[in-house]
Design a protein around this ligand. Structure first.
Ligand code: UDP
Length: 416
């Protein structure tokens, strides 16, 4: 058996006050034909990054509406995660070569996992490239999986994927019954399968990261991390990954600070277990910070967990997510939900969440990012109004209840 992730308790009824009766009723109706269905979500890691964040809510919510869902994670290795990080970069457009040695490491490790995969599932949802070949590897155990519907969930923007990396994965993906994508634009033209579905990710308004937090509490936490809550705070929360452009954020902040001298920058980023690049990028960002006391670098190694992220996103005057490439960018909805305007890189799913000039700004470069930081810091009332509009945009489109509706609908369709 693969490693089973322990789950929190979530109850759909608790969401009625946030999304209303009608939405919850629709979810119950969609769940009715799926009572007792055995659903496995399989991902690379239980901690760090957006997929883990999503599944920590989605799987318990499936259970709360009568679906027998579980979340398991791959048994990886440093070598395997080194390869899959390269693959991830290649699929996002970096010049990566998929060497025979890399293919071997990848396929052998996925085969080990395939052999440990339990039988008897009605649906198996496989997240991202790390476990993608698992279906291929269980093909010879056909009896054990004959009644299983297989869904591949791609969280990555494949618009500029390196052809040789994508072509390695495409035959594995095409064996699935359906694939699910954040945006239609992410789907490579070469992908041939009957069911290609769009269902962007969502945030959980009742997770510790997003629950309402009293401002004195948020202020105190911020102070304990060495920031001055009386002065403006610009904040980006993300893994230490070049695609999140933390160094670009520092450059933009430095330009903005010339006009808003008291401003501080907080970069908070977790180190995910499947992301071996994190420590190297951390060092690079630390070097770019050059000892500046108004630029804070924090990670889960400083005990920055969900509560702290909640406080930082809430207390920030401006939240930035200056990604150069992004699947979705949960941090954007997280901040908008807290009523903060967000300046986001014009990349992938960020463009679904930020309507330029409405709930924040979309930017293409450091200079524009800096200008928008200054604009928002100069007009706190306008910034608050944008944040409020953003909160309603998230309520309508990017809460976990919407995602639940999409997935129940897809599973129902695959049954029909
Ligand atoms: N996150 C966190 N602590 C950190 C950095 C990130 O909890 O120090 C969370 C963040 O709040 C968000 C998720 O990790 O929920 C990142 O998801 P996103 O879609 O923004 O990016 P990904 O890491 O999946 O590329």
């Amino acid at each position: 058996m693969l490693e089973k992730v322990p789950l929190l308790e979530k109850h759909l009824d608790d969401y009625v006050g946030i999304v209303g009766d009608e939405v919850c009723e629709r979810i119950r109706a969609a769940a009715a034909p799926l009572q007792g269905a055995r659903v496995l979500h399989l991902s690379a890691t239980a901690y760090g990054g957006g997929v883990a964040e999503l599944l920590a809510t989605h799987v318990p919510l499936l259970r709360s509406v009568g679906v027998d869902a579980e979340w398991h994670v791959l048994r990886g290795s440093d070598e395997f995660f080194g390869v899959t990080k390269e693959v991830h970069n290649g699929l996002q457009g970096a010049p990566v070569e998929m060497t025979p040695a890399m293919r071997k490491v990848y396929l052998e490790r996925v085969l080990d996992n395939a052999l440990a995969l339990e039988r008897g599932w009605d649906y198996i949802v496989v997240h991202d490239p790390q476990p993608a070949a698992i279906l291929h590897h269980v093909a010879d155990r056909h009896d054990a999986f004959a009644d299983t519907k297989w869904i591949w969930r791609c969280h990555i923007d494949l618009t500029d994927a390196r052809p040789e990396v994508w072509e390695f994965f495409r035959p594995f993906v095409e064996q699935y019954d359906a694939s699910v994508w954040t945006m239609p634009e992410f789907v490579p033209a070469s992908l041939t399968m009957d069911r290609i579905v769009q269902a962007p990710p969502c945030i959980d308004p009742l997770s510790v990261k997003n629950l309402d937090l009293a401002m004195p509490f948020a202020t105190e936490i911020t102070r304990q991390y060495g920031l001055d809550p009386q002065r403006p705070i610009v904040c980006q929360v993300s893994r230490f990954d070049p695609w999140k452009d933390p160094i670009g954020v520092i450059e933009a902040y430095r330009i903005a600070r010339d006009e808003v001298p008291g401003a501080q920058l907080l970069l908070a980023g977790s180190m995910a277990t499947d992301d071996p690049e994190g420590f190297r990028v951390w060092e690079e960002v630390e070097a770019a910070r050059a000892g500046d006391p108004d630029i804070r670098l924090l990670s889960n190694l400083h005990q920055v967990g969900a509560v702290q992220i909640n406080a930082f996103q809430r207390i920030a005057d401006v939240v930035v997510q200056k990604s150069l490439r992004e699947g979705f960018g949960l941090t954007v909805s997280e901040a908008l939900w807290k009523g903060r305007p967000v300046i986001g890189g014009r990349a992938g799913g960020i463009t679904l969440q930020i309507r330029d000039g409405v709930d924040g700004y979309l930017v293409d470069d450091v200079a524009t990012c800096a200008r928008r930081i200054v604009d928002l810091l100069a007009d706190p009332g306008g910034a608050d109004r944008m944040g409020e509009i953003g909160r309603e945009h998230v309520r309508a489109n990017f809460l976990a209840t919407r995602e639940l509706t999409d997935w129940l609908g897809l599973m129902g369709d695959l049954n029909g």
